[in-house]
Ligand binder design. Structure first.
Ligand SMILES: *Cc1c(COP(=O)(O)O)cnc(C)c1O
Length: 382
């Protein structure tokens, strides 16, 4: 039985990126590594759509979230942190942990953030040093309008920090054009590589803030990483194998073109929505433009436990989908369509999902209903 990852990270790793990791490991203080790392770092700039440097940390995404706090701010700095779910809450937690003066804007899970709410806060608060938020909130599947928030922050002294960890490559993201000073992502999400690397794109405004930050840091120092980046180096031993894989996957992204990669994710999301609706199931996010193209969140009807759906999907059919986090545990399941997922993987997933739903007693459809809807959608796109 194969193992298909229909999750928002880790995601399937394409064959070329897997094979390159089977090669002899190279040493990181060599010309060979420097050439490789420079090539990967240039590709990252393409994917992030920035002219600024993108640094690489050896950690999962959360490491980059923590690093953005300790490198760009100082104790008591006033920041606005916007949360629409689990990962936004993590940003709040981190900012508080490092004793920033946090003004929280929180929304109900499933909602998107509203620019008007930020404007209202900024109208009455003085000395705000930064705005920190998530692009795609993985716990619910909503995508925030980063471009709109960027317009409010762009021509001010405030820093705009965005967790685009699961958003990048699936949803449009223009770091420079949208005025994002620090954009974050990770290797195991839209980069189609194994976990192990996190990335941070840093504007000149962010680099200036970095010089002033007084919070303690050592391993996660942006300054140390930036200093040696020009030489194709990292301050510490990086996850060399993952660098190789990310570099390979970036070649594929560049060949396809980032706009086409985003469009492909949109098509997979719409195919998934067509399948869900054909089964008579309800989506968590009602407004189509609020739905991210990273994953689709399905509400469990009365009597259906989301955890059971997940368990059967993986046990019987080798397909891993994601469950609900926090307050949504057991009440939803999330179908990821991120990174190396193929359009026909959606068909495979729904074929298994139909059988699982029938087995669990949800009978509101005829076998094949979702497959028919997905195929019709896909044919209309070709
Ligand atoms: C995956 C993810 C992270 C980081 O999680 P790690 O497990 O540390 O990689 C952060 N934010 C969002 C929105 C994510 O989806």
């Amino acid at each position: 039985m194969r193992n298909l990852l229909m999750t928002p990270g880790p995601t399937p790793v394409p064959e070329d990126s897997r094979f390159i990791m089977a090669k002899d490991i190279i040493h990181h203080r060599t010309e060979e590594f420097m050439t490789l790392f420079k090539e990967m770092s240039e590709s990252l700039k393409y994917v992030f759509q920035t002219e600024n440097p993108v640094i690489t940390l050896t950690s999962s995404g959360t490491g980059a979230m923590e690093a953005s706090i300790v490198n760009l701010f100082s104790e008591n700095d006033k920041v606005v942190v916007i949360s629409v779910g689990n990962f936004g809450d993590r940003l709040i937690q981190l900012a508080k942990l490092y004793k920033l003066n946090v003004i929280e804007i929180s929304y109900k899970w499933g909602e998107t953030a509203k620019v008007e709410d930020l404007k209202a806060i900024l109208a009455k608060e003085e000395g705000v040093k930064g705005v920190i938020m998530t692009q795609h909130e993985t716990s619910t599947g909503v995508v925030n309008d980063i471009e709109a928030f960027g317009k409010v922050i762009k021509d001010t002294d405030m820093l705009f920090v965005v967790d685009a960890i699961s958003g990048l490559t699936a949803n449009e993201f223009k770091t420079d054009e949208w005025g994002v000073d620090c954009a974050l992502s990770g290797s195991q999400k839209g980069f189609m590589a194994p976990p192990g690397l996190a990335f941070a794109a840093l504007s000149s405004k962010a680099q200036a803030a970095m010089e002033k930050s007084t919070l303690p840091k050592f391993y996660f120092s942006f300054k140390k990483a930036l200093k040696v980046l020009v030489d194709g180096q990292t301050p510490w031993t990086p996850a060399i194998g993952v660098v190789m894989a990310v570099n390979e996957s970036c070649k594929m992204i560049k060949k396809e073109g980032i706009e086409n990669v985003v469009a492909r994710h949109k098509a997979m999301q719409e195919a998934t929505v067509a399948g869900v609706e054909a089964l008579g199931l309800e989506l968590l996010i009602k407004v189509p433009k609020d739905r991210g193209a990273t994953l689709t969140t399905v509400l469990c009807p009365e009597g259906l436990n989301g955890q059971k759906v997940n368990k059967l999907m993986s046990k019987k059919y080798g397909i891993t989908i994601a469950g609900g986090q926090g307050e949504l545990q057991g009440k939803i399941f999330r179908i990821g369509h991120l990174g190396g997922v193929d359009t026909l993987d959606i068909v495979t997933t729904f074929s298994a999902l139909e059988m699982v739903l029938k087995e669990l007693g949800y009978n509101n459809f005829e076998p094949g209903d979702s497959l028919k809807a997905i195929q019709k959608y896909l044919m209309s796109k070709i």
